[in-house]
Design a protein around this ligand. Structure first.
Ligand code: SD4
Length: 334
């Protein structure tokens, strides 16, 4: 067996065993339903709200939307919602998407400004238009017409001032620093076995105006296959988008992998293909499957994610993948 394969199996079995006792549905015949999984510790409050919605008889889409709204409303959060990090011109531009497993429906908004709940705008794109994605001014206009809460933004002046300043200083896009951006990706396996999910972020702080990350891109920041499971991403969106990474995670689950192995396998595969070192990819995934199993994995030291069932709501540490796990033969790395 090649060493990389051996290392992969070792990492994944350790990681699967590392989740909280009683919560890792693993190969349990009876699905844990409902099950809610989201990125980062701040996802826990969203999970709890999603569970509350489901307990009161709300739909899986209601659970996703209202759950994510909790994080979007958190004014202390600098990476999701209107209080998120602004772009290089000083404007907060947000990305969000939502997917409904039954019917394979999706909606998204990108680079939207001044809308308090982009996840609600994404849901309305899905439910009320023949489109999947609206961007920029069009997305804002649509959200306002739909009666969603908004604030006034006059970003054209800010963008113009930034453009002039940039021309004179030849200022490049701000380098991403740790803690600059985190996304909420929230996945729900409903009581009836149907799946929905959503994603919301203000993206990379200091990004070029108009930059769109992975979060509103179906198959990148989020993907749901109602026959199989769901995956969501957080991290450096450019490195997620180039690999259609959430689709990849779900596809690995379709091939029979446990959600946690699927997350790990995606990172391994991306690391082998990508010229960047594993640690520099800065990509993280959460996943759940139809059987009520879940998992997560991230590059470097991994990341924290939140898992909620009727009996417990916890923050867990995902396993991490480093260059050492990939091995010297596994990359185009220069
Ligand atoms: C983006 N993936 O815009 C998002 C941000 C994020 O952890 O998830 N950061 O690239």
């Amino acid at each position: 067996m090649p060493s990389t394969r051996r290392q992969f199996l070792a990492t994944s079995s350790i990681a699967i065993g590392a989740t909280a006792p009683g919560l890792c549905a693993s190969d349990a015949p009876n699905p844990t339903r409902p099950l809610i999984v989201s990125t980062w510790p701040f996802g826990k409050a969203s999970n709890d709200e999603a569970l509350r919605v489901l307990t009161k008889g709300g739909s899986i889409l209601d659970a996703v939307e209202h759950g994510i709204k909790v994080t979007e409303s958190d004014t202390k959060n600098r990476s999701v919602g209107i209080s998120g990090s602004p772009n290089a011109a000083g404007v907060v531009q947000q990305d969000a998407c939502i997917m409904h497993g039954p019917g394979h429906q999706a909606g998204s908004v990108a680079a939207i400004e001044g809308i308090i709940h982009p996840i609600s705008a994404a849901r309305r794109v899905m439910e009320k238009t023949p489109h999947v994605m609206l961007v920029g001014d069009g997305a804002r206009m649509f959200a306002i017409e739909e009666g969603l809460n908004s604030i006034d933004v006059d970003s054209s002046k800010l963008h113009e001032a930034w453009r002039k300043e940039r021309a004179s200083k030849k200022q490049a896009v701000q380098k991403r620093s740790k803690g600059d951006h985190d996304t909420i990706a929230l996945l729900v396996l409903g009581p009836d076995g149907n799946i929905a999910g959503g994603c919301s972020t203000s993206g990379w702080g200091g990004k070029l105006p108009g930059r769109v990350g992975d979060s509103p891109i179906i198959g990148s920041g989020l993907y749901i296959d109602n026959e199989v499971g769901a995956a969501g991403a957080t991290g450096l969106g450019e490195n997620v988008m180039r690999h259609c990474a959430s689709f990849m995670v779900v596809d690995f689950m379709r091939q029979g992998l446990h959600p946690q192995e699927a997350c790990l396998r995606a990172i391994h595969r991306i690391s082998r293909i990508d010229p960047l070192a594993t640690e520099d990819l800065a990509i993280n995934f959460v996943a759940l499957d139809k059987k009520g199993r879940y998992g997560a994995a991230g590059t470097g030291t991994g990341f924290k994610y939140s898992v909620t069932t009727k009996s417990s709501s916890v923050v867990l540490q995902s396993p991490g993948v480093t260059s050492k796990d990939i091995g010297p033969e596994g990359g185009n790395r220069k």
